[in-house]
Design a protein around this ligand. Structure first.
Ligand SMILES: Nc1ncnc2c1ncn2[C@@H]1O[C@H](COP(=O)(O)OP(=O)(O)OP(=O)(O)O)[C@@H](O)[C@H]1O
Ligand SMILES: [Mg+2]
Length: 851
């Protein structure tokens, strides 16, 4: 089961548990937004059908059995949902309190509520429009007594869950190296997505009967103990919210009946991204019979858990014994936009909807109202490469629109510069406002280069669904180390990192050192140097504090010898074990943290190159300036209405972009290894999901679409050359307007970044047609290093070339040297590779052999 949720390459969760729940005030009744001034209280139902096409109209008017609307991006699925809700209210087929609408993010939920209120006014307030998790919290708070829970139960976020699992692991005396708490938690989360509780797991894994492998045996024990501890604490973790609600509805028919009577209409947007637990929840709420056959991928026929809560209720009847007629269920989705398989979402929920609900009506929508034909054609070209999908005929009558702009940048900075200049230009020539523009990327770490340029040129922006680069926890931790190294008396930063990563120096030890420091009028750092004199410390704490102080002093000594900030940062991440801990984790958030730290390392390397005389303090000063200006061009809360009239440019990952639309979209980092992500490249299933992600990204654009890539990206100070993304290869040439097809590699002259996978994962290099790379790199194996690793050859091995020499290059083949600059380790050759063009290559990093 866990294997379906590959831990590799899982982007950050689209919505943090705490966020989902924070927005919710359980004590609050049905609270809505204020209606627009002058909004009609209830619309004339006919007016709600105006402008809809026949299929959309049919979907709005449908009544009776389950309704599935499957359609490509931008065909009005969400619009149909909102109009259907409004129409139900306007015709009085439903009261607002009878409606439960579920979407994927809080932002989408707020938008949907607003849209319905705009259509029907205040009566819409009593609707439940929320995410799966928020709806479950509301139900659970109300029904807590039935479950023997306090209605004020706590909700554990991922940090709390990890803390609890660490305690459990300690109690069970588990070896943290073999059974890292993070790995256990992530497996448990996957089990909960499948509605598998501890008893189920013990049974199905065979561990209850004393069989099962060692890991499963430990996992079963840890899971059981973890749940018991949660119960003791009157707490539920994020995944429990859904699993417990499903179990509640299954175990207590009277409760289920209550909600079925209440929610006569259940509507779900983005249905393709529901996982098994969410699927079951929808079915329980709508009161629709379970399919007879067990799900091959799931935990059992219905996942029914009579004893989920420690009570001894009678086993539920999976078909429902209540007298309530099934409610009306409407789900809308697009199998081509399923991008959460890594979290257990299964396309099967949509593909086999009709099989699960034999009386279901399916409506297809084929007209796209969002994008120009060029954008649609590009999206279709990319997605049509996926096998096993239903063909769709999406069309639009909005005209071809401008060509799709392609751009090959030398590196990530130049890519960012191009985007900023283009936004500026569009503003002057077409009146495009910053608020019309979105920039997408595959991984959070990519935002850094973009943010820096936007700050420099003064374009206001916000990062949606993520944290601005310098506010990310790992970046703050790393910078805190550097500050504490540069200034031993920087108490705030020193205390921030005293126990990061965990080294057994708890609050008590810190308080004792602090008390000593205050008494002796010392800084905290100076008190650490005299830790032997601090009264009351236990031996373990004393040893830990001494070791910490010694480590910090060594790092300070390194900085004092003139090591650059990149080297000091590398030493910090290495010596403290910070990086090793993140790398050992199979939590996707930790993989993203490693990428972010690599970005910080790149910042430090760039600083070293641009300011060869700068020291650590100078670097930190630069960082503070950027981090501070980071605050300026933002909207008030990152989510609400922008303060600036013109709006702000929106930056987000492709995952966050789902369901949204923008007049102008920049899709960046189209390189094999960046997008598709390096860790997805060796696996067909994961590649298919990356392709769906590309389809999501491309179809967000209404009028203008820009696709860019950087020939070279730097990680851990090592420039890596990336070939064009395979998704670019799929685009018909006639759709494209290539502003720049080939990297000039001018970057070589500045010495800022270059290289190829010489000795590393043999990337073929940049260039070629700009549209793509004829020679594909060998996809790195899944165990390849997590980050790119271009290894320079030793200086002595750099070939010495002269004009006229014949060479071979691993990717470009035979070539003739037409120019040489520099000598030794820094020599750059200009080589004519015939049809592949003329390349400037830094020989130290290039797989070139003299013939
Ligand atoms: N009949 C229509 N007439 C005019 N505009 C429409 C019509 N139907 C939808 N639209 C517009 O088309 C755009 C896309 O609609 P919507 O967001 O509902 O599509 P979607 O199918 O939910 O897309 P996605 O798959 O990306 O979630 C919106 O701007 C919407 O207002
Ligand atoms: Mg939608």
């Amino acid at each position: 089961m866990g294997s379906r949720r590959s831990p590799r390459d899982r982007p950050e969760r689209p919505e943090q548990p705490d966020q989902a729940v924070r927005d919710l005030d359980p004590a609050e009744g049905d609270r809505g937004f204020a209606p627009a001034p002058g909004a009609p209280s209830v619309r004339d139902p006919e007016s709600l059908l105006v402008g809809l096409n026949p299929q959309q109209r049919e979907a709005v008017l449908h009544s009776g059995g389950p309704l599935l609307i499957v359609a490509g991006a931008g065909s009005g699925k969400t619009r149909v949902l909102t109009h259907r809700i409004a129409h139900l209210l306007a015709t009085r087929r439903a009261r607002a309190g009878e409606i439960l609408a579920i979407t994927f993010t809080n932002k989408a939920a707020a938008e949907m509520r607003e849209r319905v209120e705009a259509l029907v006014g205040p009566p819409a307030k009593a609707m439940w429009v929320s995410t799966f998790h928020s709806a479950c919290v509301r139900i659970l708070r109300k029904e807590a007594k039935t479950l023997g829970l306090r209605s004020s139960f706590s909700i554990y976020d991922s940090a709390d869950s990890l803390k609890l699992m660490t305690m459990v692991a300690r109690e069970l005396e588990l070896d943290p190296k073999r059974y890292p708490p993070k790995a256990l938690i992530s497996k448990i989360s996957a089990l909960k997505d499948e509605l598998v509780d501890p008893a189920d797991f013990a049974r199905t894994s065979g561990t209850a009967a004393g069989a099962g492998d060692e890991f499963d045996t430990v996992l079963a024990q840890a899971y059981d103990r973890y749940q018991a501890r949660l119960r003791q604490a009157h707490a539920l973790d994020f995944d429990d919210l859904i699993m417990t609600t499903v179990h509640l509805l299954q175990a207590f028919p009277a409760v289920a009946e209550h909600y079925r009577r209440r929610f006569r209409h259940v509507l779900v947007d983005e249905y393709q991204d529901t996982n098994h637990a969410q699927y079951m929840l929808v079915r329980e709420l709508a009161g629709i019979s379970a399919p007879a056959a067990p799900r091959p991928d799931g935990a059992g026929p219905s996942g029914a858990r009579p004893d989920a809560t420690g009570t001894d209720a009678a086993p539920p009847d999976a078909t429902g014994t209540d007298a309530v007629a099934p409610g009306e269920l409407t789900v809308v989705g697009d199998a081509d936009q399923s991008i959460y398989a890594f979290r257990g979402a299964t396309i099967r929920n949509i593909v086999e909807f009709e099989a699960d609900y034999p009386n279901a009506r399916t409506i297809l929508l084929e007209q796209n109202y969002r994008s120009t034909q060029n954008i649609l054609s590009a999206a279709n070209a990319v997605i049509s490469r996926n096998t096993g999908r239903k063909r769709k005929r999406l069309w639009t009558d909005s005209g071809a629109g401008p060509a799709i702009v392609g751009y090959v940048a030398d590196n990530e900075h130049e890519e960012a510069r191009f985007i900023a200049e283009e936004i500026d230009r569009l503003g002057d020539s077409d009146g495009v406002r910053p608020g019309d523009v979105a920039i997408f990327y595959r991984a959070n770490a990519q935002s850094r280069a973009l943010e820096e340029v936007l700050i420099r040129v003064g374009l206001p922006y916000k990062v949606v669904g993520g944290t601005r680069f310098y506010e990310r926890r790992e970046i703050k931790d790393a910078v805190a180390y550097l500050r504490a190294i540069a200034n031993p008396d920087d108490d705030v930063n020193l205390r921030r990192i005293l126990n990061v990563p965990k080294r057994g120096l708890g609050d008590r030890s810190e308080a004792m050192v602090n008390a000593f420091a205050e008494r002796e009028r010392l800084s905290f750092g100076a008190a650490l140097a005299r830790v032997d004199e601090v009264p009351g410390l236990g031996t373990r704490a004393l040893t830990g504090l001494r070791a910490f102080d010694a480590m910090m002093n060594e790092l300070r000594a390194l900085a004092a010898t003139g090591a650059g900030p990149a080297e000091v940062l590398g030493a910090v991440l290495d010596r403290t074990g910070y990086l090793a801990e993140l790398r050992a984790s199979d939590d996707p958030q930790d993989a993203a943290r490693v990428e972010n730290l690599s970005e910080l390392h790149a910042v430090a390397s760039e600083f070293e190159q641009s300011e060869p005389d700068g020291d650590l303090a100078d670097f930190l000063e630069r960082v503070s300036l950027v981090a501070d200006s980071d605050q300026i061009p933002s909207d008030d809360d990152g989510d609400g209405a922008p303060k600036v009239d013109q709006g702000v440019v929106t930056l987000m990952t492709l995952h966050t972009a789902k369901g949204l639309e923008f007049p102008v979209v920049f899709l960046t980092g189209l390189e094999d290894g960046t997008f598709p992500h390096m860790r997805s490249m060796a696996d067909e299933t994961q590649l298919a999901e990356e392709r769906r992600l590309a389809y999501v990204g491309l179809t967000r654009a209404r009028e203008r679409l820009y696709l860019s890539r950087a020939a070279v990206r730097t990680s851990w100070g090592m420039p890596n050359e990336f070939p064009a993304s395979r998704f670019l290869d799929d685009l018909p040439e006639e759709l494209m307007d290539w502003r720049r097809r080939e990297s000039s590699m001018s970057v070589l002259r500045s010495g800022a970044g270059y290289g190829s996978g010489y000795g590393g994962s043999s990337y073929a290099g940049s260039g070629g047609s700009g549209q793509g790379q004829k020679k594909r790199p060998v996809p790195p194996s899944p165990d390849a290093p997590k980050l790119g690793s271009a290894t320079p050859r030793p200086a002595g091995d750099v070939p010495s070339l002269a004009i006229g020499d014949k060479v071979t290059h691993d990717a470009y083949g035979l070539g003739t040297v037409v120019g040489v600059e520099g000598a030794g380790a820094n020599s750059v050759a200009k080589i004519d590779f015939g049809s592949d063009g003329t390349k400037r290559l830094l020989l130290r990093y290039s797989p070139v052999t003299k013939l």
